[in-house]
Write a protein that binds this ligand. Structure first.
Ligand code: URA
Length: 239
C-alpha cells in the first residue's frame, strides 16, 4: 500500500497532511527517510513519524466502564454519547460500540474497529453471554429464578433460558444469552419488578476491568482479543 494512504488510514492525518510530513523528511521506513508519498510499504515495515514508531495494528478494540447518563450512539448534537468519551484518534480509526447499553445502564461496553468481529459478537446465532447486576424495587424470589430459567415470552420474542442468582434480596446477577432491546428490564418487569439500577459486569469471555473508573477505557490485551475472536468463531490472528 502507498505510504501516504497507509498513514492516513492509521489516523495520522489527512492524505494531504501526511504527504506534507513525508515530503518534509519526517517519516522513516525501515530505518530510511522516505520523501516520496507514493512509496510502497508492506505490512511488516517499521515506520517512524518524527522519530516515534507508528502503531501499525489494523484493528483496535477497547473496553469502557460506561457511566450513567450517556447514550450509546454515534455523536449527537444535543446529548452526550459514549463517543464523546473517546480520544479523536479512535473515532478516526472507526471504533464503534459493540451493541448498546441503555442511557442509564453502566458498566462494560466494548468498542472495536473490526466490523466483522462486531457483527459476529452481536449475531443472535452466537448466543454470546452478557452478565448484569440488577438492583430492583421488590424482593427477589425463587419463583423469579425459575421464571428466568424457563425462558420468558416477552410478546415480540421468547427469551432463551437465563440465569438469575439472588445476591441479596433486592439485587440479582443475571446472565442472558442474547441481547434484545431492554431485555433485562423487560424480564424483570415480567415478574413484577422494576429495575432501579443496571450494571454490565461481563460480555462473552471478558469481565469489566475493576481498575476502570466510570467513563474510563483501555485497549484490550492480545489475550482478550483472542478470547473475543474465539467467542465470535473467528481465527485468532486478525489483530
Ligand atoms: N438490558 C436492558 O434492559 N438494558 C440494557 O442496557 C442492557 C440490557
Amino acid at each position: 500500500m502507498r505510504l501516504d494512504r497507509r498513514l492516513s488510514e492509521l489516523a495520522l492525518g489527512t492524505r494531504r497532511e501526511v504527504q506534507a510530513l513525508i515530503r518534509q523528511g519526517l517519516v522513516q521506513v525501515d530505518g530510511q527517510t522516505v520523501r516520496d508519498p507514493g512509496t510502497h510499504t508492506d505490512d511488516t515495515a517499521e515506520i517512524l513519524v518524527r522519530g516515534m514508531p507508528v502503531d501499525l495494528r489494523r484493528n483496535r478494540s477497547l473496553m469502557m466502564n460506561k457511566p450513567g447518563g450517556v447514550l450509546t450512539a454515534a455523536r449527537d448534537r444535543k446529548q452526550k454519547t459514549v463517543m464523546d468519551l473517546l480520544p479523536e484518534v479512535y473515532l478516526s480509526l472507526g471504533c464503534m460500540p459493540v451493541g448498546r447499553l441503555d442511557r442509564d445502564t453502566t458498566g462494560l461496553l466494548l468498542f472495536t474497529t473490526d466490523g466483522e468481529l462486531n457483527h459476529r459478537l452481536l449475531s443472535p446465532a452466537r448466543h454470546v453471554d452478557k452478565v448484569y447486576r440488577a438492583k430492583v424495587d421488590l424482593m427477589l424470589t425463587q419463583e423469579d429464578v425459575r421464571r428466568f430459567e424457563e425462558g420468558m415470552d416477552l410478546g415480540d420474542f421468547v427469551t432463551r433460558p437465563a440465569e438469575l442468582v439472588i445476591e441479596d434480596s433486592l439485587t440479582g446477577i443475571v446472565t442472558i444469552h442474547e441481547g434484545r432491546f431492554h431485555q433485562v428490564k423487560r424480564m424483570f418487569e415480567k415478574v413484577g419488578k422494576t429495575v432501579l439500577q443496571l450494571d454490565r459486569l461481563a460480555f462473552g469471555p471478558l469481565r469489566l476491568d475493576e481498575n476502570l473508573k466510570a467513563g474510563e477505557f483501555r485497549e484490550l490485551t492480545d489475550e482478550e482479543i483472542a478470547a473475543l475472536h474465539l467467542a465470535a468463531g473467528m481465527e485468532a490472528d486478525r489483530a
